[in-house]
Design a protein around this ligand. Structure first.
Ligand code: SF4
Ligand code: SF4
Ligand code: SF4
Length: 903
């Protein structure tokens, strides 16, 4: 229904429920605001947006006054302007607004308003000691002498990020004698340094510390691109000056994040400008296995000549003796060119990347159940349409912060419910209605127990969905028959009553989203876990609808894309099997070569092949297996046995130290291309600064190696050119182009033609494989269990402030300041029994190796269990983990190892 009101003398239409401010903004009439914060529904504090309404004695705030049919509104009468001017004068007089020395100069709404209304700074400023200032945060500079008490930071922290670190600041000054009582100072224990409050602050009270003095607004350029860290794929703006990144911002209403970022996305860019960046090719001068490896600088010509000679010799000798590790950190174009190089030039399918270590179980498991192994829903639809979230094996707050934020918003703003199943007391537990703590490695038993209640006890499955959309239900039904909640409880440690409660909540959901991550996949039963999740979704009909689906959250920025591009040993781009003759022929024609029809080795298998000296030459692009792979000592021994190792990276990684040649690559801030995020959205990455030193984009380096080897088919001149070669060969990407990605803010695959709008929700009418397939899954225990010699169960994972093997985040001073070292979580009862105090150094030993690490005594982990993050070389968790593999996906069981702990 459309209504009409008069605005500044002209009639405008509006829909019921809109405020005067919203109507004015849609009509292109500017009403200034200060405190108004659309995303947080925060308003009505500052009275800058007042307007005159015919028949009303008082001026009314337009942000909170509903528009009415026939209403007559005036936005800039003399009375309105005088009122605004008075408000501005009052705000300017309330603090110390010295614009020339303020970092928000030219980026300050109060300054803009003062200028527009002819207001000036009061002659006598309040004394500076009446305002608290806080400079101790590594990233945020807080100067409350500029605070206008608008409350936007409070709204940002509570309503948008849902961290709740800032208390309501709106007490009356006279009721609170000390300034700390009424200024919005954050609670340090709750503040996760996301910087949303900086973004919200309309003045210079909250500013980014590192950006101070680095460049005023008019001196910097903004380049819109995609975050380089996790798979959420937030849109960011790189603010640059003189070829350096000086700040990261994010525009409201843009991208999956709608202006929100986490600590890494907003503040973790310093590594780009690090003096430790590799700037020239390096050639090894020390012998293999030397404790302190040495390298000399080389020209590109010399380095490429040496690589071409060795690679040509390797392919002439035996293509199977060559291995290639691609990278989830690199762009789609680079992964495409890399796997093409391995297959078309080196003649091998021995190409893989670290998806093997995080979500290969998802790729295999969901393909078996649904026909395609990716997140079924969109982040936006997950956020707004699900009424129950079942978060299992996902520490969402730390690994995928912006998705966690959306789930927490759903709880806070529309009463959605979260069920958490996790062995650790993760942050999500605080936002859940029910937390069940299963023993690590018992997820199949837990899921079967829940499904037993639904299918056998309550007959509560969605029979219509099962009948029309699925197959193999009877086998599955029989397989869960004996999994009574009591039996599941015996295995998982979760009470039978809680298992029944979870089942009840799931049955009562209108739209349930299952959210999972590496707590599910990184097991010898990783594929079993994933197909069990798929069983639960099909049993309850929670798939293929808004808010209802199976949502594996992918870890790295482009792990989805690297898989899509065929950086896997068994599939060509678009998951086309290497043994499928028609698919192979298509690529053979496109690339002008003959391709192998047998799958190559996975990352984990390749390490054993290297150790056995069957793979002798290895090319590693942007991966760091010394820290990321299980059984780190075995990895180091294997790498030392290689005849020739080339590592291409932005830093001298722990793996690069084993290399014969190291090639300097450009960081993401220096290159064009695309990343595909966890919701299958292909998004542009845009170069914001020139490549550092002599570094080059990875795609260019691979092309140069191919050319040096005398091979045709790699004369790419741009990332766009590579995309244009890849898209027609890759069914899911067929309808995409840079032009569309730019114009449409990314596209979600499958996108089969230039008119196809992309696919926000998979499996709506039918599954990719036709019918969804139920699998009968029996419970298998983890491969290694605690025993008398190694009595503790170790799990590993991520923390918010650091990332993967720390190659980038550990070059960011502020992140290192907040978390300088690895901490092993240990239950207080175990700490007491071992006589270990909080923050005490301990030795942790497994059958593979030993590390020394500081302890954090906390109830976050259960008795008998411990947790170590895997980002730290000084206490590398993967020295301890075992290379026990899932039989189908070949993922290692990072989540369960047996260790002993000594003082
Ligand atoms: S940085 Fe984030 S968590 Fe901390 S006070 Fe600001 S909005 Fe809240
Ligand atoms: S610190 Fe900034 S956002 Fe927070 S109340 Fe003060 S002026 Fe508003
Ligand atoms: S949530 Fe992920 S993509 Fe978004 S800013 Fe943080 S690290 Fe970057």
């Amino acid at each position: 229904m459309q209504l009409k009101m008069m605005l500044d003398g002209g009639w405008v239409s509006f829909t019921p429920g809109q405020t005067i401010l919203e109507v004015a903004h849609s009509a292109g009439v500017n009403i200034p605001t200060l405190c108004y914060y659309k995303e947080a529904d925060h308003k009505d504090i500052c009275r800058i947006c007042v307007v005159e309404v015919e028949g009303s004695e008082r001026l009314v705030p337009s942000c909170s006054t509903p528009a009415r049919e026939g209403m007559e509104v005036w936005t800039n009468t003399e009375r309105v302007m005088l009122s605004r001017r008075k408000t501005i004068d009052m705000l300017l007089a309330s603090g110390r607004h010295g614009c020339f020395t303020c970092d928000a100069n030219s980026d300050c709404r109060l300054q803009d308003l003062a200028y527009a209304h002819g207001a000036t700074i009061a002659e006598s400023l309040p004394p500076s000691d009446m305002f608290p200032q806080a400079y101790d945060d590594p990233f945020i500079y807080r100067d409350y002498s500029k605070c206008i008490l608008c409350g936007r930071c409070y709204a940002a922290c509570n309503e948008v990020q849902v961290y709740g670190a800032i208390k309501n600041p709106f007490g009356r000054r006279e009721d609170h004698p000390g300034p700390e009582c009424w200024y919005p100072l954050p609670d340090k224990d709750k503040c996760m340094v996301c910087g949303q409050c900086i973004d919200a602050c309309p003045v210079g009270a909250l500013v980014e510390k590192n950006a101070r003095g680095a460049g005023r607004r008019w001196e910097t350029e903004k380049t819109s691109t995609t975050c380089t860290y996790c798979g959420v794929g937030c849109n960011i703006e790189l603010n640059t000056k003189d070829g350096r990144v000086v700040k990261v911002t994010s525009g409201s209403g843009v991208g999956v994040n709608d202006g929100s970022l986490c600590i890494k996305g907003r503040f973790g860019y310093e590594f780009v400008n690090s003096p430790e960046r590799l700037k020239k090719p390096l050639i090894r001068t020390s012998p293999k296995g030397a404790e302190v490896p040495t390298f000399r600088k080389a020209s590109w010509e010399e380095a490429l000549g040496l690589i071409a000679e060795k690679f040509n010799a390797a392919r002439a000798d035996n293509p199977c003796s060559f291995g290639a590790f691609s990278s989830a950190r690199c762009t789609n174009e680079e992964n495409y060119v890399f796997q093409k190089f391995a297959r078309a030039v080196m003649g091998t399918n021995n190409v893989d990347h670290c998806a093997r270590l995080c979500h290969s179980s998802t790729v295999s498991g969901l393909s078996m159940s649904f026909g395609s192994g990716a997140m079924t829903n969109s982040i936006a639809d997950l956020a707004k349409d699900a009424d129950v979230y079942f978060v299992i094996g996902s520490n969402t707050t730390e690994a995928h912060p912006v998705i966690a934020m959306k789930l927490k918003q759903a709880v806070r703003h529309r009463d959605a419910k979260i069920i958490v199943a996790d062995p650790r007391r993760i942050d999500m537990v605080d936002h859940s209605v029910l937390w069940v703590r299963q023993k690590p490695g018992t997820d199949v038993a837990l899921l079967n127990g829940i499904m037993h209640v639904i299918a056998h006890e309550k007959n509560g499955g969605n029979s219509k969905f099962i009948k029309e959309r699925t197959e193999n239900y009877d086998d599955f039904f029989q397989a869960i028959k004996d999994f009574t909640p009591e039996e599941a409880s015996r295995i998982t440690g979760v009470s039978a009553a809680d298992i029944r409660k979870v089942a009840d909540m799931i049955m009562g959901a209108k739209a349930m989203s299952i959210v999972y991550s590496m707590g599910i996949t990184q097991h010898t039963t990783g594929v079993d876990n994933v197909v069990s999740i798929a069983n639960l979704a099909m049993l309850t009909g929670n798939i293929g609808r808004p808010g209802a689906g199976v949502n594996p959250l992918r870890g790295q920025n482009n792990v989805q894309g690297a898989c899509d591009m065929g950086a896997l040993p068994d599939v060509l781009p678009g998951y086309q099997k290497v043994w499928d003759e028609a698919a192979r022929k298509k690529f053979e024609q496109g690339w002008g070569v003959t391709l192998k029809d047998k799958a190559g080795f996975t990352v984990t298998e390749m390490m054993d092949e290297i150790y056995a000296k069957r793979i002798k030459t290895l090319y590693v692009m942007g991966e760091n297996p010394v820290l990321s792979d299980p059984d780190g000592n075995h990895v180091k021994k294997a790498l030392a046995k290689l005849d020739f190792l080339v590592v291409q990276d932005i830093f001298m990684t722990e793996t690069a130290q084993f290399a014969d040649v190291i090639l300097p690559a450009s960081s993401w801030a220096e290159k064009d291309g695309t990343f595909t995020n966890t919701e299958r959205r292909v998004q542009l990455v845009r170069a914001a600064i020139p490549s550092v030193g002599e570094s080059k984009p990875d795609w260019k380096i691979i092309s140069m190696i191919a050319e040096a080897m005398g091979v045709d088919g790699f004369n790419f001149r741009s990332a766009r050119g590579i995309f244009n070669e890849m898209a027609p060969l890759t069914p899911q990407y067929k309808g995409m182009s840079y032009k569309r990605l730019d114009a449409e803010g990314g596209l979600q695959w499958p996108c089969s033609s230039h008119k196809h709008p992309g696919t926000p929700i998979l499996h709506t009418e039918k599954f990719t494989r036709g019918l969804g397939k139920f699998h009968a899954v029996a419970y298998r225990a983890p491969a290694e269990k605690p025993d008398a010699e190694y009595p503790f169960l170790l799990t590993t994972g991520r923390i918010l402030q650091h990332y993967h093997t720390g190659t980038m985040t550990r070059k960011v001073a502020g992140l290192n300041h907040i978390v300088p070292e690895a901490l092993m979580e240990l239950n207080p009862a175990d700490a007491e029994a071992l006589g270990i105090k909080d923050r005490e150094m301990v030795k942790v030993k497994s059958r593979r190796g030993e590390i020394t690490i500081r302890t954090k005594v906390t109830f976050k982990v259960a008795k008998g269990e411990c947790f170590i993050p895997f980002h730290f070389v000084e206490a590398s968790a993967n020295i301890l983990t075992a290379a026990n593999l899932d039989p189908i996906s070949k993922i290692p069981e990072f989540k369960v190892s047996a260790v002993k702990i000594t003082k």
